[in-house]
Design a protein around this ligand. Structure first.
Ligand SMILES: Nc1ncnc2c1ncn2[C@@H]1O[C@H](COP(=O)(O)OP(=O)(O)OP(=O)(O)O)[C@@H](O)[C@H]1O
Length: 458
């Protein structure tokens, strides 16, 4: 087994990196220096030595805490060997034998979680509750405690990197922990679409049946980022039937999206109405206290105790995306490890100099607005700038005109220039159209609110 693990070592590390979202710097710093020292086949123990003298002492606990579990799973996945890993710094390798880690007891549950495409790190325990996500958290917990009994479907929406996926996985992990026999499947709507296309392409009855079974034969189905089904008719059809089958069988459905169901203007009504059958909850950007609490939680999980000034600096400067907030803390920690320096404000400023630009609170520009609106309507900025006259482009373009007028100081003529040289009468007409619609159309109000938040989340 030693030989097999050694031969596949690069593959195992790469699997960890790709499957568990380990950043390039994390990979280089923590994983590359790891080598397999020996294997105790009887006790299923793999002994790993940390070869880099720079990190072997300071990084030992960190690596143990953070990577033991994913390394165990990756070794099992690549070589089939179910094991516990023990880490040693180079000097300890021959002498120390540590007690077995508790994680191995859960390894069958972990395999079930993996098969359901779940990230075991995303649990309610690691999810910080703040005013921005209180409702969503409460609804998620209620669904986890009583699947298919209260809110079905549960529809969670919110901006990028705000914790929708984390919350969905928390529900599924909670259910599985209580009852590992539950059949659970997590999928992004993109992956669902790709698998559907594959099953149709093969034109093979078995493949189509297998695909349906995979998604319909579940107690809980979680579909992330449902907005990507817009404009994909076969996927919508399949989602519709999958939804009906599961709902009729009283199985739980959980959906996430970047917008509420009523904002799916081009989606069939029958789907939109189904999405609204249960409960719709949103997640907003975190306030300062929540950002601080999230950073504190992450620091605690990674085994650090970082100066309050540093945490405040990050929380003050990264406001709208929790993924970026976490990334910033990871960067600061990594730099301190690499340079073997104490974590203080100077080091944080150095580590984040490309991340936090002094101009980040700069005024909003028409370019930003065009990009956000294009992303929201799943068209391209070039479509909005073009002279295309179809409704799918004309309305978003008029929204750009309205938002440029209400969110920037840009003169009408300049807005016209940003939109590919439209004259100022066209811009005025566009703005009037949206302003008028806002008086009567609730959907338009919600759309404008959502877009304004995306453009200026603070
Ligand atoms: N309330 C929270 N407490 C702790 N960590 C959080 C919280 N919200 C988000 N995170 C962390 O932020 C990162 C991004 O969260 P997640 O992937 O769930 O966002 P998302 O809303 O699904 O993003 P996307 O729109 O890109 O799909 C994850 O690492 C997650 O663990």
């Amino acid at each position: 087994m030693l030989q097999k693990i050694r031969e596949n070592w690069d593959k195992i590390l790469q699997l960890m990196r790709d499957e568990y979202d380990i950043s390039p710097v994390g990979y280089e710093t923590w994983l590359k220096p790891l080598q397999v020292e020996s294997v105790d086949e009887d006790n299923h123990i793999v002994n790993i030595v940390i070869m880099d003298p720079k990190i072997e002492t300071i990084g030992l606990n960190f690596i143990k805490k953070k990577y033991s579990f994913v390394l165990q799973i990756s070794i099992e996945e690549v070589t089939g060997f179910k094991c516990t890993v023990h880490f040693y710094s180079k000097g300890q390798a021959d002498t120390i034998k540590e007690p077995e880690l508790p994680e191995v007891k859960d390894s069958s549950l972990m395999t079930i979680m993996q098969n359901a495409n779940l990230n075991p790190k995303y649990t309610f325990d690691t999810f910080v509750v703040g005013s921005n996500n209180k409702m969503a958290h409460a609804a998620a917990l209620a669904v986890a405690e009583s699947p298919a009994e209260i809110y079905n479907p549960l529809f969670i929406y919110g901006g990028v990197g705000l914790g929708k996926t984390h919350l969905m996985h928390s529900i599924a992990n909670f259910i599985l922990k209580n009852d590992p026999s539950k059949r659970i499947m997590y999928v992004t709507s993109e992956k669902f679409t790709n698998e559907l296309i594959d099953s149709i392409r093969n034109k093979n009855f078995t493949t189509a049946t297998q695909f349906r079974e995979k998604y319909r034969n579940n107690d809980v189905l979680l579909v992330d980022d449902i907005q990507f089904i817009i404009g994909k008719e076969s996927t919508q059809e399949e989602i519709f039937h999958t939804f009906n089958t599961l709902h009729e069988a009283k199985k739980q459905i959980i959906i996430s999206s970047d917008r509420p169901p009523k904002e799916f203007e081009t989606l069939e009504d029958r789907l939109v109405s189904r999405f609204e059958w249960g409960l719709t909850v949103d997640i907003q950007s975190p306030d300062y206290e929540t950002r601080m609490a999230i950073l504190r939680k992450k620091e605690e999980m990674d085994g650090y105790n970082i100066d309050n000034e540093v945490i405040k600096y990050i929380a003050n400067n990264i406001k709208s995306n929790i993924r970026e907030l976490e990334g910033a803390l990871t960067k600061v920690i990594a730099l301190s490890k690499l340079d073997n320096k104490e974590i203080n404000l100077d080091l944080a400023e150095e580590a984040l100099k490309d991340f936090i630009s002094p101009n980040q609170d700069m005024e909003i520009t028409p370019e930003t607005i065009i990009n956000v609106v294009a992303d929201h309507y799943k068209c391209t900025p070039a479509d909005l700038i073009s002279s295309k006259r179809n409704k799918e482009i004309v309305i978003p373009r008029q929204i750009v005109m309205y938002l440029c007028r209400s969110m920037t100081d840009c003169p009408l003529q300049m807005i016209g220039k940003y939109l590919g040289g439209k004259d100022h009468t066209t811009i005025i007409n566009g703005i009037k159209k949206i302003t008028k619609q806002l008086d009567t159309d609730e959907n338009m109000k919600t759309t404008i609110d959502v877009l304004k938040k995306k453009i200026n989340p603070t």
